[in-house]
Design a protein around this ligand. Structure first.
Ligand code: GAR
Length: 205
């Protein structure tokens, strides 16, 4: 039995991806991974309530109360360090991270993004895909680097765009896939199944 993988989850919103990880951990579906703490940059985020219900420590670091991005990232770095996290999961965390944070956790920060990257990076990826008229979109889990949704891709899942969709029905269909994909990647990382070759991330059978 491998050592538990200690996971810190960073959030900004309702936290359905966080919930998916919490539920998977509770049902033994996350390998050795454990969610050891949640940090939100938004005081009212629904994700905080989900953490509380699961008995997971939660911390609010309101980015608005910091002088600049570097000061916020330094506080975030301290928060994650104090949790003793091995892996940092950005699950609907809507802040771009700088090297002040990233250099402390090199290769250990992943993000879930609601499009098939490199298409539609940035905010409202689902709305961008819908407006563009693509017939297939999806979601991506990738390692985080200092660019905008630009780090090495770990895994992706495709979702059809139907003629009777609107941006909201499309968002909901992608979200279901996000929950599955994120759980799968965290479990693979916990089980040491992924290895990197430059930009390529490969899964051992
Ligand atoms: C998810 O769709 C996630 O992919 C997206 O925010 C949503 C959070 O939902 N993240 C991004 O757009 C990051 N660029 P949740 O709070 O219910 O997990």
């Amino acid at each position: 039995m491998s050592e538990p993988l200690r996971v810190a989850v960073l959030v900004s919103g309702s936290g359905t991806n966080l919930q998916s990880l919490l539920d998977a951990a509770a049902s033994g579906d996350l390998g050795s991974a454990r969610v050891v703490g949640v940090i939100s940059n938004r005081p009212g985020a629904g994700a905080l309530l989900r953490a509380e219900r699961a008995g997971v420590p939660a911390l609010v670091l309101d980015h608005k109360s910091f002088a600049d991005r570097a000061a916020f990232d330094a506080a975030l770095r301290e928060g994650v360090t104090s949790l003793g996290a091995d892996l940092v999961v950005l699950a609907g965390f809507m802040r771009v991270l700088t090297p002040v944070f990233l250099d402390a956790f090199a290769g250990r920060v992943i993000n879930i993004h609601p499009s098939l990257l490199p298409s539609f990076p940035g905010v409202d990826a689902q709305g961008q895909a819908f407006a563009h008229g693509v017939k297939v979109t999806g979601c991506t889990v990738h390692f985080v680097d200092a660019g905008l949704d630009s780090g090495p891709i770990i895994s992706q899942s495709a979702v059809p765009v139907r003629d009777d969709d609107d941006a909201e029905t499309l968002r909901a269909r992608i979200l279901v896939e996000e929950h599955r994909l994120l759980r799968e990647v965290v479990r693979d990382l916990a089980e040491g199944r992924l290895r990197r070759e430059g930009r390529r991330v490969l899964r051992r059978p």
